[in-house]
Design a protein around this ligand. Structure first.
Ligand SMILES: [Zn+2]
Ligand SMILES: [Zn+2]
Length: 159
């Protein structure tokens, strides 16, 4: 099932040209369950025999994000990642492995409820939120990776 027709409809509604390149980029993002970087997208396009420049990819991703079909993430890696929102709730929690860079979605309605409550206690009406947990994934842990702490080893002045 392809969702590309939704993007096509959005482009038409916005008076933007529906191009084969834009559709190819949307298809790559829609068909992947991963959190794709621009590099990943470029690679997948190449595998499909499409040669599309980075500038076009960036512009199309911006449009996809504006359409509400794709979400942009910044996991502090120095680049953005993109994920489509089909079949997913807009409430997101992410587990990010600092060793291999793997990003896994995590859903917890319990966590959502607690955050909602905490916000409301401040008189705040929450609409959406993001939670990012950094650490080591199961594979990296199994491979013997250890957490690296990059701050002061001891925050107390010992002279
Ligand atoms: Zn990992
Ligand atoms: Zn995600």
């Amino acid at each position: 099932m392809s969702f590309v027709h939704l993007f096509r409809r959005y482009l038409r509604e916005q008076g933007l040209p529906v191009t084969q390149q834009r559709e190819a980029i949307a298809e790559v993002v829609f068909n992947s369950p991963e959190h794709l970087s621009v590099e990943d997208i470029e690679k997948k396009l190449r595998e499909r025999g499409e040669r599309i420049g980075k500038a076009t990819i960036y512009r199309t991703l911006e449009t996809l994000v504006r359409s509400g079909l794709v979400e942009e993430h910044d996991f502090g890696e120095g680049f953005k990642r993109y994920e489509h929102l089909f079949g997913q709730k807009p409430v997101r929690e992410h587990l990010i492995c600092t060793e291999c860079g793997k990003v896994v979605d995590m859903h917890s309605t319990e966590l959502h409820r607690v955050q909602d409550e905490a916000a409301r206690q401040q008189g705040f009406l929450p609409a959406r939120y993001r939670l990012q947990i950094y650490g080591l994934c199961a594979d990296c842990r199994a491979a013997g990776a250890e957490l690296r702490w990059e701050g002061l080893s001891c925050p107390i002045e010992t002279v």
